[in-house]
Design a protein around this ligand. Structure first.
Ligand SMILES: [Zn+2]
Ligand SMILES: [Zn+2]
Length: 238
């Protein structure tokens, strides 16, 4: 164990511990407690419904504040990586500094533990929202989807994992897949074909248990044929 900080020469103390030869205060000054992969964050935001796209998923939000909340939780928090033995790294708070149209300046408070001592530092990120139209709004406009699988009442992380595995296993499912949209108590998965929606519903039922309900909606005549849309609900059996 080094007793003195290689930068400031002070010996370590209870409030200013030394780890790998550097004291906490010097780490803070030198910004060596964590890396934040990206300080300019670009996020697609639907100009109609306000949903934001994180990875391949869309999250519905009701305001710019809610959208920022999703970005802090789902993007910024996950792009923090601790350095030099820092543990329990997390964002403890944030505030909006200012916004210019679709560009928002956010101050985040990052907390963690260094050498057994809790620290708290401020940092800044810029969030750029790109106005787009989300798949759901595109779909509702074009009325193009044939089937929706609505999964309700399961633990969402479990559902996501199983769905991803099934998509990986069967590329024909993925071919007919349009979009998955999180809802407050589950997820809606949109498909171009009824067959794909039914196939996924059966596989999820097999793996998660539960019951399937089907309903049809008539969506008018197209090229001389009556067109219907299939709604499938999968939920745990009581
Ligand atoms: Zn030092
Ligand atoms: Zn939308």
């Amino acid at each position: 164990m080094t007793r003195f900080c290689i930068y400031c020469g002070r010996s370590g103390s209870r409030e200013n511990p030394i780890v790998e030869g550097v004291c906490l205060e010097c780490r803070i000054k030198r910004r060596e407690l964590y890396v934040l992969k990206n300080r300019d964050i670009r996020v697609d935001m639907c100009k109609i419904c306000g949903s934001v796209k994180i990875g391949y998923k869309w999250f519905s939000t009701n305001s710019l504040e809610e959208a920022i909340d999703v970005v802090v939780r789902e993007v910024i928090s996950k792009s923090l990586k601790p350095l030099h033995g820092v543990s329990n790294l997390h964002i403890s708070g944030y505030r909006l500094l200012s916004s210019v149209s679709w560009r928002i300046f956010v101050e985040i408070t990052v907390n963690g533990v260094y050498g057994g001592v809790e620290f708290s530092v401020k940092d800044r990120v810029t969030v750029f929202f790109s106005p787009v139209k989300c798949p759901r709004c595109i779909m509702y406009d074009s009325r193009d989807f044939e089937a929706v699988l609505q999964i309700r009442g399961y633990q969402l992380s479990r559902v996501e994992k199983v769905v991803e595995q099934e998509f990986r296993r069967d590329c024909r499912l993925l071919r007919d897949f349009i979009e998955a949209i999180k809802q407050s108590n589950g997820v809606d998965i949109f498909f171009y074909s009824k067959g794909a929606a039914r196939k996924l519903a059966r596989r999820l039922q097999h793996r998660l248990g539960g019951v399937i309900y089907e309903a049809f909606e008539e969506t008018g005549v197209r090229s001389g044929k009556q067109h219907t849309r299939l709604y499938i609900v999968l939920k745990p059996s009581r």
